[in-house]
Design a protein around this ligand. Sequence first.
Ligand SMILES: C[S@@+](CC[C@H](N)C(=O)[O-])C[C@H]1O[C@@H](n2cnc3c(N)ncnc32)[C@H](O)[C@@H]1O
Length: 234
Amino acid sequence: MSFSKHIENRNDYQTPALLDYIRKAFSSEDARHQTLLDEMQTHGLPAIQIGASEGKILQFLIKSCQAKKAVEIGTLGGYSALWIADALPKDGKLYTMEIDPDTAAGTKKTLKEVGLSDKVSIVIGDANETLETIEPFGPFDFCFIDADKISYPNYLLWAERNLCPGGIVAADNAYLFGQVHLNPDMAGADAVAISAMQSFIKILTDPSRFSISAMIPTGEGLAVGIRGRQPKVE
Ligand SMILES: C[S@@+](CC[C@H](N)C(=O)[O-])C[C@H]1O[C@@H](n2cnc3c(N)ncnc32)[C@H](O)[C@@H]1O
């Protein structure tokens, strides 16, 4: 085993206590984050939002490409939307897509409560259909994918077409809950999702589409890519 492989493979430093220390050091939340989390609980939404550390990574990416216009696919209770919106400039805008009308209605109210109703617009419906409706507001600088996994390739192709050159795409759950490396033919009911995530990774790692891509090894895998200067001609 090579030395570098050995280093890359070790994650035994990442104890819960260490991760908690890192989260507190880098990713301070304020009362608004707690408001969103409390409202999610009140409305019975599942606690499947990103963590604060991922929120801070999204902010790092947004600032590094000086993003002004952002898209999020998968709103839930607006927790990641808050992290994204905070990293945009005062006149920045986030369009966040949510399929469930009740979830969207509750989150719209909560985002108003935390002062984000102007900066964040929730678009209700299946993002596979509604993304097209925001295209006139593009091109966009940043796109965060965090919704149904089987649509990840479709969302990524949309991002490729609608991001500015140099714009950044980030996608959560890219490890597909520990299954992304499995052979879909042997995976039974999970085959479709595994194939989809493998297609997503194939597109993201194609340098003719995204000039650079990487997997940030968060707990769930945060896949990132920078849209190349020239869109791929099919
Ligand atoms: C993992 S949660 C998003 C969490 C959120 N990004 C956060 O970290 O706070 C996924 C959300 O995507 C929504 N969703 C699932 N399929 C969708 C689709 N096809 N179009 C739009 N939203 C979808 C779900 O209803 C759910 O609210």
